[in-house]
Design a protein around this ligand. Structure first.
Ligand code: C5P
Length: 227
């Protein structure tokens, strides 16, 4: 029997990373931030070729030399390495997010990262967050959450996260960037951002991360009685 899998999907700024990490810490599960894989892949390719669109046309050439390694210690912090170089901080800008959403439309990139994500399953269980965790990569997950929130709230949270990381940004620009990225992510042909049919939808606009975590953990406890 495979280890239990919990997926947490949703657009940027809904708090899915924070909540997924809280769940993973509580349960002692592995945690995977799939967005950081897309960001890292995009940034690595951009560093190799600033003409990103041209690089995307020749993606297979780049993919074969790229090795991504996501690491997470329960209760600690997530780290990501590309060909042994630490990318953890440098992938956190909105510019990199935009590159990520461009590469995310490419089947070969999704196939490569999809394999990486599926290989990440391990005992005692996995919590994975992203856009297509419950619809595609882990379509047979035990429990699927889909988080939503108003774009204003999401942009505010993003602004605070960026500030904490010493990255400057302003609210109106962030709102525009999030709307554009939502559009690209929901309208793409492969693995678009949509809730899985069996996902539990939680609106986090007016609740704290702790409150959202309490809701999710109660549902998990009810559904995974043997935990
Ligand atoms: O979650 P995060 O904002 O880090 O994701 C960056 C981008 O990576 C998203 O806007 C999306 O285009 C892409 N992504 C994806 N599938 C995932 C995770 C992220 O397409 N599972």
């Amino acid at each position: 029997m495979r280890a239990p899998i919990i997926t947490v999907d949703g657009p940027s700024g809904v708090g899915k990373g924070t909540i997924a990490m809280m769940i993973a810490t509580k349960l002692g599960f592995r945690y995977l931030d799939s967005g950081s894989l897309y960001r890292s892949l995009a940034l690595k390719i951009y560093k190799k070729n600033k003409n990103f669109e041209a690089a995307l046309d020749n993606l297979d050439e780049y993919l074969k030399d790229i090795h991504i390694d996501f690491q997470y210690t329960p209760g600690g912090k997530a780290k990501i390495f590309v060909n042994n170089e630490d990318f953890t901080q440098k992938i956190r800008t909105e510019e990199v997010a935009v590159l990520a959403s461009k590469i995310a439309k490419k089947k070969s990139a999704r196939d490569m990262l999809g394999d990486y994500q599926r290989n990440y399953i391990s005992t005692p269980g996995l919590v994975a967050d992203g856009r297509d965790m419950g619809t595609k990569v882990f379509f047979d997950a035990n429990i699927k959450f889909f988080l939503t929130a108003s774009v204003e709230k999401r942009a505010e949270r993003r602004l605070n996260q960026l500030k904490d990381q010493g990255i400057s940004a302003n609210l109106p620009n962030l709102i525009q960037e999030l709307l554009l990225r939502d559009k690209a992510d929901t309208e793409r042909l492969i693995s678009p951002l949509i809730p899985a049919k069996d996902a539990i939808i939680i609106d986090t606009s007016d609740i704290s991360a702790e409150e959202a975590f309490d809701i999710t953990i109660n549902i998990i406890k009810e559904n995974l009685k043997n935990l």
